[in-house]
Write a protein of this length. Structure first.
Length: 249
Protein backbone atom coordinates (compact mmCIF):
# COMPACT_ATOMS: atom_id res chain seq x y z
CA UNK A 1 0.00 0.00 0.00
CA UNK A 2 1.46 3.32 -1.05
CA UNK A 3 1.19 6.08 1.51
CA UNK A 4 0.87 9.61 0.28
CA UNK A 5 1.82 12.97 1.76
CA UNK A 6 0.02 15.60 -0.27
CA UNK A 7 -0.53 19.27 0.42
CA UNK A 8 -3.52 20.47 -1.57
CA UNK A 9 -4.25 24.05 -2.46
CA UNK A 10 -6.59 24.06 -5.45
CA UNK A 11 -7.18 21.25 -7.91
CA UNK A 12 -9.27 20.79 -10.98
CA UNK A 13 -8.56 17.37 -12.44
CA UNK A 14 -11.30 16.55 -14.85
CA UNK A 15 -10.36 19.03 -17.55
CA UNK A 16 -7.20 17.12 -18.39
CA UNK A 17 -8.17 13.53 -17.66
CA UNK A 18 -8.86 12.71 -21.30
CA UNK A 19 -6.56 14.13 -23.95
CA UNK A 20 -5.09 12.60 -27.04
CA UNK A 21 -1.41 11.77 -27.19
CA UNK A 22 0.31 14.48 -29.22
CA UNK A 23 2.55 13.91 -32.22
CA UNK A 24 5.68 13.79 -30.05
CA UNK A 25 4.26 11.03 -27.91
CA UNK A 26 3.31 13.20 -24.94
CA UNK A 27 0.20 12.21 -22.98
CA UNK A 28 -1.32 13.96 -19.96
CA UNK A 29 -1.70 12.91 -16.33
CA UNK A 30 -1.22 14.31 -12.83
CA UNK A 31 1.55 13.80 -10.32
CA UNK A 32 1.89 13.85 -6.55
CA UNK A 33 4.60 12.50 -4.24
CA UNK A 34 4.78 10.09 -1.34
CA UNK A 35 7.22 9.73 1.50
CA UNK A 36 9.95 12.27 2.21
CA UNK A 37 13.27 13.33 0.71
CA UNK A 38 14.99 10.17 1.99
CA UNK A 39 12.89 8.06 -0.36
CA UNK A 40 12.66 5.29 2.24
CA UNK A 41 8.93 4.76 1.66
CA UNK A 42 9.54 4.02 -2.02
CA UNK A 43 11.57 0.87 -1.25
CA UNK A 44 10.00 -2.56 -1.82
CA UNK A 45 6.68 -1.94 -3.55
CA UNK A 46 4.29 -3.78 -5.82
CA UNK A 47 6.83 -4.57 -8.53
CA UNK A 48 8.92 -6.68 -6.17
CA UNK A 49 12.21 -4.91 -6.74
CA UNK A 50 13.15 -4.63 -3.06
CA UNK A 51 15.94 -2.17 -2.32
CA UNK A 52 15.77 0.21 -5.26
CA UNK A 53 19.15 1.75 -4.47
CA UNK A 54 20.97 -1.58 -4.48
CA UNK A 55 19.18 -2.69 -7.63
CA UNK A 56 20.14 0.40 -9.60
CA UNK A 57 16.83 2.25 -9.78
CA UNK A 58 17.70 4.82 -7.13
CA UNK A 59 15.00 7.32 -6.25
CA UNK A 60 14.13 8.03 -9.89
CA UNK A 61 10.91 6.07 -9.45
CA UNK A 62 7.14 6.34 -9.30
CA UNK A 63 4.03 4.43 -8.29
CA UNK A 64 1.49 4.28 -11.12
CA UNK A 65 -2.29 4.33 -10.92
CA UNK A 66 -4.52 1.40 -11.89
CA UNK A 67 -5.09 2.83 -15.37
CA UNK A 68 -1.35 2.53 -16.06
CA UNK A 69 -0.11 -0.31 -13.83
CA UNK A 70 -1.67 -3.09 -15.90
CA UNK A 71 -1.52 -5.67 -13.09
CA UNK A 72 2.23 -5.26 -12.81
CA UNK A 73 3.23 -5.67 -16.45
CA UNK A 74 4.34 -2.03 -16.62
CA UNK A 75 6.94 -2.59 -13.89
CA UNK A 76 10.34 -1.56 -15.21
CA UNK A 77 9.05 0.80 -17.90
CA UNK A 78 10.72 4.21 -18.13
CA UNK A 79 9.07 7.60 -18.57
CA UNK A 80 9.99 11.20 -19.14
CA UNK A 81 7.73 13.54 -17.14
CA UNK A 82 7.38 17.30 -17.10
CA UNK A 83 5.05 19.66 -15.27
CA UNK A 84 2.86 21.75 -17.57
CA UNK A 85 -0.09 24.11 -17.76
CA UNK A 86 0.37 25.40 -14.22
CA UNK A 87 2.69 28.46 -14.26
CA UNK A 88 2.18 29.03 -10.54
CA UNK A 89 3.81 25.74 -9.59
CA UNK A 90 5.61 24.26 -12.63
CA UNK A 91 9.39 24.39 -12.82
CA UNK A 92 11.17 24.03 -16.18
CA UNK A 93 12.75 20.81 -17.33
CA UNK A 94 11.79 17.15 -17.10
CA UNK A 95 12.64 14.04 -15.11
CA UNK A 96 13.20 10.41 -16.06
CA UNK A 97 11.70 7.72 -13.83
CA UNK A 98 11.07 3.97 -13.70
CA UNK A 99 7.74 2.40 -12.74
CA UNK A 100 8.45 0.46 -9.54
CA UNK A 101 5.25 0.59 -7.51
CA UNK A 102 1.45 0.72 -7.58
CA UNK A 103 -0.64 3.68 -6.46
CA UNK A 104 -3.88 2.06 -5.25
CA UNK A 105 -7.29 3.63 -5.73
CA UNK A 106 -9.03 5.27 -2.80
CA UNK A 107 -12.73 4.89 -3.45
CA UNK A 108 -13.62 6.68 -0.22
CA UNK A 109 -12.59 9.92 -1.91
CA UNK A 110 -13.72 11.47 -5.21
CA UNK A 111 -11.30 11.37 -8.10
CA UNK A 112 -10.89 15.15 -8.06
CA UNK A 113 -10.33 15.41 -4.31
CA UNK A 114 -7.94 12.84 -2.91
CA UNK A 115 -8.73 9.83 -5.10
CA UNK A 116 -5.97 10.73 -7.54
CA UNK A 117 -5.24 7.11 -8.43
CA UNK A 118 -8.84 6.05 -8.96
CA UNK A 119 -9.64 4.62 -12.40
CA UNK A 120 -9.63 5.88 -15.08
CA UNK A 121 -7.13 8.55 -14.03
CA UNK A 122 -3.53 8.37 -15.22
CA UNK A 123 -1.38 9.32 -12.26
CA UNK A 124 2.24 9.23 -11.09
CA UNK A 125 2.95 9.15 -7.36
CA UNK A 126 6.59 10.19 -7.45
CA UNK A 127 9.39 9.79 -4.99
CA UNK A 128 9.63 13.20 -3.32
CA UNK A 129 13.15 13.97 -4.69
CA UNK A 130 11.70 13.59 -8.19
CA UNK A 131 8.60 15.67 -7.51
CA UNK A 132 10.59 18.68 -6.29
CA UNK A 133 12.55 18.70 -9.55
CA UNK A 134 9.47 19.54 -11.62
CA UNK A 135 7.76 22.01 -9.24
CA UNK A 136 8.80 25.32 -7.70
CA UNK A 137 7.75 24.15 -4.23
CA UNK A 138 6.71 20.76 -2.87
CA UNK A 139 3.59 22.40 -1.41
CA UNK A 140 2.14 22.36 -4.91
CA UNK A 141 0.87 18.96 -3.78
CA UNK A 142 -0.53 17.84 -7.11
CA UNK A 143 0.26 19.18 -10.58
CA UNK A 144 -0.73 18.40 -14.17
CA UNK A 145 2.05 16.70 -16.13
CA UNK A 146 2.90 15.48 -19.56
CA UNK A 147 4.59 12.10 -19.92
CA UNK A 148 5.93 9.74 -22.55
CA UNK A 149 7.62 6.36 -22.65
CA UNK A 150 11.37 6.45 -23.23
CA UNK A 151 13.96 3.66 -23.57
CA UNK A 152 15.49 2.47 -20.32
CA UNK A 153 19.27 2.78 -20.14
CA UNK A 154 20.98 0.21 -17.92
CA UNK A 155 24.49 -0.84 -17.01
CA UNK A 156 25.37 -4.51 -17.27
CA UNK A 157 23.03 -7.35 -18.11
CA UNK A 158 19.59 -8.43 -17.00
CA UNK A 159 19.60 -9.69 -13.39
CA UNK A 160 17.96 -12.88 -12.14
CA UNK A 161 17.39 -13.14 -8.38
CA UNK A 162 16.61 -16.70 -7.31
CA UNK A 163 13.83 -17.24 -4.77
CA UNK A 164 11.51 -20.01 -3.64
CA UNK A 165 12.37 -23.60 -2.72
CA UNK A 166 13.39 -26.84 -4.50
CA UNK A 167 9.78 -27.49 -5.52
CA UNK A 168 8.73 -24.00 -6.58
CA UNK A 169 11.09 -21.43 -8.04
CA UNK A 170 10.34 -17.72 -8.30
CA UNK A 171 12.76 -15.37 -10.04
CA UNK A 172 12.82 -11.59 -9.76
CA UNK A 173 13.98 -10.19 -13.11
CA UNK A 174 15.27 -6.63 -13.12
CA UNK A 175 17.73 -4.18 -14.72
CA UNK A 176 16.05 -4.58 -18.10
CA UNK A 177 17.03 -2.03 -20.78
CA UNK A 178 15.01 -0.86 -23.77
CA UNK A 179 11.27 -1.07 -23.16
CA UNK A 180 12.02 -2.20 -19.60
CA UNK A 181 8.75 -4.03 -18.97
CA UNK A 182 8.65 -7.80 -19.48
CA UNK A 183 5.71 -9.52 -21.15
CA UNK A 184 7.00 -13.09 -21.46
CA UNK A 185 9.67 -15.29 -19.86
CA UNK A 186 10.81 -18.76 -20.91
CA UNK A 187 13.18 -20.90 -18.85
CA UNK A 188 15.24 -23.95 -19.83
CA UNK A 189 17.31 -26.38 -17.79
CA UNK A 190 19.73 -28.98 -19.12
CA UNK A 191 17.01 -31.64 -18.98
CA UNK A 192 14.02 -29.60 -20.17
CA UNK A 193 12.70 -27.84 -23.23
CA UNK A 194 11.84 -24.13 -23.16
CA UNK A 195 8.96 -23.66 -20.72
CA UNK A 196 6.87 -20.54 -20.12
CA UNK A 197 7.11 -19.01 -16.67
CA UNK A 198 4.05 -17.44 -15.02
CA UNK A 199 4.00 -13.91 -13.65
CA UNK A 200 3.42 -14.18 -9.90
CA UNK A 201 3.42 -10.46 -9.11
CA UNK A 202 5.27 -7.45 -10.47
CA UNK A 203 8.34 -8.79 -12.23
CA UNK A 204 8.51 -11.99 -10.16
CA UNK A 205 8.13 -15.02 -12.41
CA UNK A 206 7.53 -18.59 -11.25
CA UNK A 207 7.71 -22.20 -12.33
CA UNK A 208 6.96 -25.46 -10.53
CA UNK A 209 9.64 -27.36 -12.42
CA UNK A 210 12.38 -28.87 -10.25
CA UNK A 211 15.55 -27.27 -11.56
CA UNK A 212 17.94 -27.34 -8.62
CA UNK A 213 21.40 -28.41 -9.79
CA UNK A 214 20.82 -27.45 -13.43
CA UNK A 215 22.24 -24.44 -15.28
CA UNK A 216 19.38 -22.21 -16.36
CA UNK A 217 18.82 -20.31 -19.59
CA UNK A 218 16.23 -17.62 -20.23
CA UNK A 219 14.37 -15.95 -23.06
CA UNK A 220 13.04 -12.53 -22.10
CA UNK A 221 10.48 -10.67 -24.21
CA UNK A 222 9.64 -7.02 -23.58
CA UNK A 223 6.55 -5.02 -24.52
CA UNK A 224 8.14 -3.75 -27.74
CA UNK A 225 8.44 -7.33 -29.00
CA UNK A 226 12.21 -7.62 -28.59
CA UNK A 227 13.65 -10.88 -27.27
CA UNK A 228 16.99 -11.62 -25.66
CA UNK A 229 18.26 -15.11 -24.87
CA UNK A 230 20.74 -15.72 -22.06
CA UNK A 231 22.18 -19.22 -22.24
CA UNK A 232 23.37 -20.69 -18.94
CA UNK A 233 22.95 -17.32 -17.22
CA UNK A 234 22.49 -19.18 -13.93
CA UNK A 235 25.18 -21.83 -13.24
CA UNK A 236 24.48 -25.38 -12.09
CA UNK A 237 25.54 -24.59 -8.51
CA UNK A 238 23.11 -21.70 -8.14
CA UNK A 239 21.66 -20.94 -4.72
CA UNK A 240 18.39 -19.41 -3.52
CA UNK A 241 18.88 -15.78 -2.54
CA UNK A 242 21.67 -15.25 -5.06
CA UNK A 243 21.51 -12.97 -8.11
CA UNK A 244 22.97 -13.79 -11.51
CA UNK A 245 23.49 -11.74 -14.67
CA UNK A 246 22.50 -12.51 -18.24
CA UNK A 247 22.62 -10.69 -21.56
CA UNK A 248 21.05 -7.30 -22.11
CA UNK A 249 18.62 -6.03 -24.73
Amino acid sequence: MVMRVVYIFAVFLTATVVRAVDQDGWDTAHATFYGDMSGSETMQGACGYGNLIQQGYGLQTAALSTAMFNDGQICGACYEIRCFDDPEWCAPGSIFITATNFCPPNYTKPSDDGGWCNPPLKHFDLAMPMFVEIVKDYRAGIVPVQFRRVPCVKQGGIHFQMQGNPYWIMILIYNVAGAGDITEVLIKGTNTDWVHMIRNWGQNWQTDMRLVGEPLSFQIKTSDGKVVQSDNAVPADWQFGQTYEGKQL
